[in-house]
Design a binder for this molecule. Structure first.
Ligand code: OGA
Ligand code: MN
Length: 218
């Protein structure tokens, strides 16, 4: 099979409840792109908070693991991240955490996915940054079920690079969609169902990535 870039669905009308779109698409195909998940003003607030945190030195090079694995991580991804929770989130981020809690409950109610815990980080990819093809696997022994990514970059152009490439089947040469990280856009997908990568960006690329996991086994 040869690689084929599929078009991303055009932006939806604002009257469509984004939760309804997400739940429907996750049930049908396992992934979803919705635009205007947060308002322009809210996205600007999130972007500004992230800028403040970054200026204050709160972001760290992404990549966990033992020292001897660190070099490998640096070759895999080039973003800088800040883990966010109720303890350190700024006001617009707190509001976003609340929105994701509502999404968690709606998804559990309609799809019985058993989403329990949210891990979330802000991410900044500097120009030249990327994240090689991967699956969102495990962290802290929690099984990740649903990945939720919100982008914060207004007026993103194709020439800026930095698309999220979502591979629609496990075959390396299979179909994929490229999703530009435009401000207010939310991408959700089943964490273990889709390989994905961040194409090299030519411009600062900001996002907030969350993973919902089921309850730990013990
Ligand atoms: C990740 C990831 C994709 C993106 O952080 O695991 O795949 O588009 N991010 O930022
Ligand atoms: Mn990922």
């Amino acid at each position: 099979m040869s690689s084929r870039a599929l078009p991303v669905r055009p932006p939806q009308r604002l009257t469509v409840d984004p939760f309804v779109s997400i739940i429907g698409d996750i049930a049908d195909k396992g992934w979803c792109v919705v635009d205007d998940f947060v308002s322009v003003k809210w996205a600007a607030g999130l972007r500004e908070e992230q800028r403040q945190q970054s200026r204050g030195g709160a972001f760290r090079c992404a990549g966990v693991g033992r020292r001897d694995e660190y070099q490998l991580d640096a070759q895999t991804r080039g973003d800088r991240i800040l883990w966010l929770d109720r303890g350190n989130a700024l006001p617009a981020q707190q509001r976003y955490l609340t929105m994701l809690e509502e999404l968690r409950q709606a998804v559990n109610r309609d799809l019985f996915l058993g989403l329990h815990t949210l891990e979330m980080h802000a991410a900044n990819y500097p120009p030249g940054g990327f994240y090689r093809r991967h699956l969102d696997g495990f962290r802290n022994d929690n099984r990740r079920i649903l990945t939720v990514i919100l982008y914060l970059n207004p007026r993103w152009h194709a020439s800026d690079g930095g698309a999220l490439r979502l591979f629609l089947d496990a075959h390396p040469e299979g179909d994929f969609v490229d999703v530009p990280p435009e401000s207010g856009r939310l991408v959700t997908f089943l964490s273990e169902g889709f390989h994905h990568e961040v194409r090299e960006t030519r411009r600062l690329r900001s996002s907030i990535t969350g993973w919902f996991s089921c309850r730990p086994l013990q």
